[in-house]
Structure formats: structure tokens, C-alpha cells
Write a protein that binds this ligand. Structure first.
Ligand code: ZN
Length: 286
């Protein structure tokens, strides 16, 4: 019997808490999408492919965890071999816009970009992506109907709850697509605090540990977002070091299940796990 919404959720393997580590590649696509030349001070996105992604791969490999990387289509075109390395290392590749679009898009333009990025990632990785995260948090009421038609089973853009719930598709909660809230506005569940000059990495490590400890004791849905860029991001040595430290902290807790989003989505879409019942506290409607 599904749990009532006020009970703790059930997690895979009977875990007390899931930990989904997510990385938004955000390379030169971000500048190119804003009609900026990615050179000089605007070149920091190039750090992802050159160093940041590999540093993340090394850290995740040491901790033996599989993560979800969201990759813009433009970056996948530029660095196809780098994206294939993610797959070879056991990680998931999800979609994240074409040039990390941040402005308002018309319906047809948005559809074309979703389809284009989907085709690029399918071609590069050999497997169609099943998950999407909005670049810059931009999403419309028709985004999910395009994604569902393309076969996506989850999306991770909304910031309005602390456990997975049915994605709203065509105005109705879907039984085929799950929403993974991505509570980066806080901003304790993102590397955003490090983007401000003068914030020491160990301060952010304390913030992340506090977030993890509280979530571990509460509903057990821990999702963290990193960016492997220089400039804003966590790819550089001192910042990546605290990612390593955080994973050591999480590993020291009993009953934590590290998961890729595609695997968690398939689990959440099984009816008897209780996530397809729109939670009473949010009503299940947009
Ligand atoms: Zn991004």
C-alpha cells in the first residue's frame, strides 16, 4: 500500500536516504547561446571539457558512485569523446538544452531545440536520453509534452517539493514521467555559493553537510548539483576537493543509496512505490 504523503517515502534497497549527484556540464554552450565569444574572460566554460569533468570522474570513481550529467547539445557536438567517456564510466547523460537557452522561446522554437538536442545526444552516446533538466531553470507548460513524446521518463527543473512526484503533462499528472525537484534555490543544494568571490570552499562544505544531515533525518531525498566549469562552478582544485569531502561525509552514513536519476525514475514509476499518487500537500496540479 502506498505511503500517505506525510510518511517517509520508500527508497530503493530499503534505503533511509537516496543521494543523486548531478552535474550540469555547461561548457561554451552557455556563452555561445548568449551571442558571446567564448574567449578571454568568457572562456571559463572550456574548463569543463578540458579538466573539470575529468576531475569529477576521478572523484566519483574513487567513491564508486554513478552520477547523472546533464549536457547541452552544443557541448556534446564539440566534445563527443568526452561525453562518451561519461557513459563508459557508468554515468548517465541527460539533456540540458542546445546552447543552454535562457530567454523566452516560442513553442515551435523550443520544440525544435528539444528535438535537436535529443538527436545529438542519442547519436553521440548511442542511447536516447530519458531525462532532461532545464537550462537556467526555464520551462514552459508545453515542455513536458514534447519530452514525453520523445520518450523521456523524468525531468528535473522544478523547485517546489522535497520528494519525486508525477510530472504534469498536458495539464495532468503523468503515470509515465516523474518530476525530480531540484531545489537549488536556497542555495544549499548547488555549488552556487562558491560563485561569489571570497566564499571559502570549506564554508560551503559545512553548508552541504548541514543540508545532507537534515535531509537524511527527514524525507531522505538528497539531490545536489555541480558545474565543472571554472569561474562559476566546482571543477577547480579547491572546490572539487570539498565535493570529495562531502561524498566521504555522505558515505559515513548508514542506509544511503547513491543513484542515477534514470534508475531512480524507473523505480519511482512502479505504482506500488507510492510516488504516482500526487502528494496531498501540493495537490498534484500546476
Ligand atoms: Zn546549466
Amino acid at each position: 500500500m502506498p505511503p500517505a504523503s506525510d510518511e517517509r517515502p520508500q527508497w530503493p534497497d530499503g534505503a533511509k536516504c537516496i543521494a543523486a549527484i548531478t552535474v550540469d556540464w555547461d561548457g561554451h554552450s552557455l556563452e555561445v547561446g548568449r551571442d558571446l565569444e567564448p574567449v578571454g574572460i568568457r572562456a571559463a566554460g572550456g574548463y569543463s571539457a578540458r579538466r573539470g569533468v575529468h576531475r569529477m570522474l576521478d572523484i566519483f570513481g574513487r567513491h564508486e558512485i554513478a552520477a547523472t550529467f546533464f549536457v547541452p547539445g552544443y557541448d556534446a557536438e564539440q566534445h563527443a569523446n568526452g561525453v562518451r567517456e561519461l557513459i563508459a564510466a557508468g554515468h548517465e547523460v541527460g539533456a540540458h538544452g542546445y546552447t543552454h537557452e535562457s530567454g523566452v522561446l516560442g513553442r515551435e522554437e523550443e520544440q525544435e531545440l528539444l528535438e535537436r538536442s535529443h538527436a545529438i545526444l542519442s547519436d553521440v552516446t548511442g542511447t536516447p536520453p530519458v531525462g532532461w533538466r532545464s537550462p537556467s531553470g526555464r520551462k514552459t507548460h508545453w515542455t513536458t509534452s514534447v519530452l514525453r513524446r520523445l520518450g523521456y521518463i523524468y525531468e528535473s527543473s522544478d523547485k517546489d517539493y522535497e520528494r519525486p512526484y508525477p510530472t504534469v503533462v498536458e495539464g495532468e499528472p503523468s503515470t509515465e514521467m516523474i518530476e525530480f525537484p531540484n531545489n537549488t534555490l536556497g542555495p544549499g543544494l548547488d555549488d552556487a555559493p562558491l560563485w561569489t568571490a571570497g566564499v571559502a570552499p570549506y564554508e560551503v562544505l559545512d553548508l552541504w553537510k548541514a543540508e545532507f544531515d537534515a535531509i537524511y533525518a527527514d524525507e531522505g531525498y538528497f539531490v545536489l548539483t555541480f558545474h565543472p566549469r571554472a569561474g562559476f562552478g566546482t571543477g577547480t582544485p579547491a572546490r572539487a576537493h570539498v565535493v570529495d569531502e562531502l561524498l566521504t561525509h555522505i558515505r559515513a552514513h548508514d542506509g544511503v543509496h547513491f543513484t542515477r536519476f534514470d534508475e531512480l525514475a524507473r523505480w519511482c514509476l512502479e505504482a506500488d512505490h507510492g510516488f504516482l499518487d500526487p502528494p496531498a500537500r501540493i495537490g498534484g496540479r500546476p
